[in-house]
Design a protein around this ligand. Sequence first.
Ligand code: SAH
Length: 235
Amino acid sequence: MSAPEIRKKLEVMRERLVRDLIDQGILKSEHVIRAFRRVPREEFVMPMMRLYAYYDTPLQTMHDQTISAPHMCAMMCELLELKPGMKVLEVGTGSGYHAALCAEAVAPSDAPKESWGKVISIEIVPELVRYAIENLTRTGYIDRVEVVYGDGGEGYPPEAPYDAILVTAAAPRIPPPLIEQLRPGGKLVIPVRGRFFGEQILYLVEKLPDGRVKKTPVTYVAFVEMRGKYAEGTA
Ligand code: SAH
């Protein structure tokens, strides 16, 4: 197959995946659907994995880390109710794919830049910071995503408060700085490890307008472990 044929095939597969996720009731809102139609997942996976980019499964990236399955990215974006203009914090940049999806949802490529929101994404592995920056630059999202090297368990105070926070590595508990850096009315999604069996549960955490915090378990998930200050044994 020639390069243009491969590109065409990937576009067809991308559209088929989007339709499947809509049929399954996972993709719902116009902004998240647009993001899935526009962001090329094949640019965020290892070259030999390109033809698998639109299988709804996690894929291996560098340093034993994985890029989450599309349905998991979709579910998290929908729980956060991403819309243009929002400021989003991601903990765990990895390949940069999920950050690009969030960026397209809060800062649509064809909308005026004055209306754009932005994404700050923190990554603890320096090589992955570089890898994500390369991928986001090649796909044109680096103007809406700031990749920061550091321990995302501490959040990123210089840009707080955030309308939405997503954590893509599992922690034994919800790092308190993340709740502090959420704007009242804002939402956080995070996989939290159960105390007895090591199972992971995705939580939706809402900071209500009066400052109270509401935590709702959503589903079982399988993410890589969070490192840093809030990793196992240090929390
Ligand atoms: N969102 C990514 C997938 C993330 S995999 C994507 O779309 O590809 C989880 C990532 O979290 C890994 O890259 C891992 O290095 C990172 N990570 C783990 N603990 C972290 C921490 N405390 N702060 C920031 N990043 C962390």
